[in-house]
Design a protein around this ligand. Structure first.
Ligand SMILES: [Zn+2]
Length: 314
């Protein structure tokens, strides 16, 4: 399985357009010891030809252009000019940071989109703009999945990519834009998921960009993975409140922090098998600063912090 990290930041990216936190200011000033990042986006492929996007980032257009594997590549003069190696998208929630990119893929390109029935209905029935993705037959094919049930990734033509996905329910909160009446119709178990992607040879990638709590089931599944992409949104629970003077805690926003006794550094220390990589890093997170103590602590614990453009095979 080939894996590419197209974007590694949380919503807003790094720097964030309306943020003057110490990280964003230093990055703009050119004095920051670390890299800018676009909003979280991962792509996987079983054969190196058909690619599947995990989420659909608002930065997707630029991310595709920065990734040669995702460029249209007619193999002969008879091939269509309009085409794409991108075969499908797996959506893990209905948040804007995770779904807006779908609207950027609207140029009548056939795509298969995997989502829970709740996320599918929220996007397709409550947001009129998504009709642009279904203007002609065969443009966008929705495939609903159920948390806990594995499913194969198929191309728009129905060809099996060889990749298998196992979605697991992690969070129960729908985005703030979802009306109370719609939320009543939805299953909370379908609100926010993590994903395990398995290759034909049995290699396993875990993609967990938003994890509200870590339990024994998740620990066991993560330890059975070869690579873990894990929620690195916030270093500390009160990070946003301390940075901007108000707001919500990491826990209230559905993210376990990296540090503290209940944080992911401590709770995932027992994982022995997988390569551990933080993704979905918020611009306020001090571990973005590679000259800082938080970065050193994270690296000393055996973790890496994802950067845009990283690629590897598992
Ligand atoms: Zn900032």
């Amino acid at each position: 399985m080939r894996v590419r990290i197209l974007g590694s930041a949380a919503g807003g990216g790094f720097p964030q357009w309306n943020c003057a936190c110490p990280n964003c200011r230093a990055l703009r000033a050119g004095t920051f010891h670390g890299k800018s990042r676009t909003q979280a986006q991962v792509a996987v492929s079983g054969d190196g030809r058909s690619w599947f996007l995990l989420g659909a980032s608002p930065d997707l257009r630029a991310q595709i252009e920065a990734t040669p594997e995702l460029h249209p590549c007619p193999s002969s003069e008879n091939d269509a000019v309009r085409q794409s190696p991108i075969a499908g998208v797996v959506l893990l929630n209905a948040e804007l940071d995770h779904t807006l990119g779908l609207l950027l893929l609207r140029e009548l390109q056939p795509l298969r989109v995997y989502a829970t029935a709740s996320v599918h209905r929220i996007l397709a029935e409550d947001n009129a703009m998504f009709a642009m993705l279904q203007r002609v037959p065969g443009q966008l094919t929705w495939s609903d999945f159920t948390p806990g049930s594995a499913f194969p990734l198929l191309t728009p033509a129905g060809k099996d990519s060889g990749l298998r996905c196992l979605p697991v329910s992690l969070g129960t909160h729908f985005p703030a834009y979802v009306s109370p009446s719609r939320q009543d119709q939805c299953s909370q178990q379908e609100a926010s998921l993590g994903l395990f992607v398995e290759s034909p040879s049995g290699k396993r990638l875990a993609y967990m960009p938003a994890v509200p709590q870590i339990d024994d089931f998740l620990l066991k599944e993560l330890d059975a993975s070869d690579v873990v992409f894990f929620d690195g949104t916030f270093w500390s629970d009160d990070e946003l409140i301390r940075t901007q003077g108000s707001g919500q805690t990491a826990g209230q926003m559905g993210h376990v922090p990296v540090s503290s006794a209940r944080g992911s550094l401590a709770q995932l220390a027992q994982l022995r098998q997988p390569r551990k990589i933080y993704v979905h890093i918020n611009n306020t997170n001090p571990m973005l600063n590679e000259a800082g103590p938080e970065y050193r602590e994270m690296r000393a614990a055996g973790w890496e912090i994802a950067e845009d453009g990283w690629q590897f095979e598992i």
